[in-house]
Write a protein that binds this ligand. Structure first.
Ligand code: CO
Length: 209
């Protein structure tokens, strides 16, 4: 219970610190949210969404799950994207993976992980789609890092398949970004995903709007 007790102490101090800088801080926060970014990241405890971007409450709409996946039939992530894009009108959707991702690593190994199997299957599918490139990398760590990056790319592609996203790109200039966080250095790496060219490429099959 030590930690739980400490958390409530921390919260009191946090409130006091915020009010010291701006006495209207919580009045403004209480009025509503207008975040410019939807961040989809991993649940990993080391990859904190706002903190690694130097942002705070009100700045980022956040969704996190194991290995930052955007699964077609996952009502949770699909609802988050829909709400962020259609109702909050975010300007950017970000998928942020991270090196050292346990979910990605698990998907590279042959092990029966029970209820996690169907979730990790989605990452195995990414591996299969990029099998030739991944097989050509002999160093296990480099292969693992590359799968983390390719997984981000594939989840960005999944986002581009959505009607709400296709419409917002066309009408509101929404952008889709792919990043990787390096837990060893704290550095955020932009994969410079060319979402417009990916969209153009998949339109023949996935054009909805
Ligand atoms: Co992870």
């Amino acid at each position: 219970m030590e930690l739980i007790h400490q958390i409530f102490k921390n919260n009191e101090k946090w409130i006091a610190d915020k009010l010291k800088v701006d006495e209207n801080y919580f009045n403004a926060l209480g009025k509503g949210q207008n975040p410019e970014i939807l961040y989809i990241g991993c649940s990993d405890s080391r990859v904190s969404a706002e903190e690694l971007m130097g942002l705070g409450p009100g700045d980022v709409f956040v969704h996190r799950n194991i290995a930052n996946m955007v699964v077609n039939t996952d009502l949770n992530v699909q609802s988050v994207i829909n709400y962020a894009v259609r109702h909050l009108g975010v300007k950017h959707v970000v998928v942020c993976g991270h090196y050292g991702c346990g979910g990605v690593k698990a998907a590279m190994q042959s092990a029966d992980l029970g209820i996690l199997n169907p979730w990790l299957r989605n990452i195995r599918d990414v591996y299969r789609a990029h099998r030739d490139e991944l097989k050509s990398i002999s160093d296990e760590t480099l292969k693992y890092d590359r799968l983390v990056e390719l997984n981000v790319l594939e989840q960005c592609t999944n986002i581009l398949k959505l009607a709400s996203v296709q419409l917002a790109i066309k009408e509101k200039g929404l952008t889709v970004q792919g990043w990787v966080f390096d837990v060893h250095t704290g550095s955020l790496k932009d994969l410079h995903i060319n979402f417009e060219s990916i969209l153009e490429n998949i339109m023949e099959i996935y054009k909805i709007v």
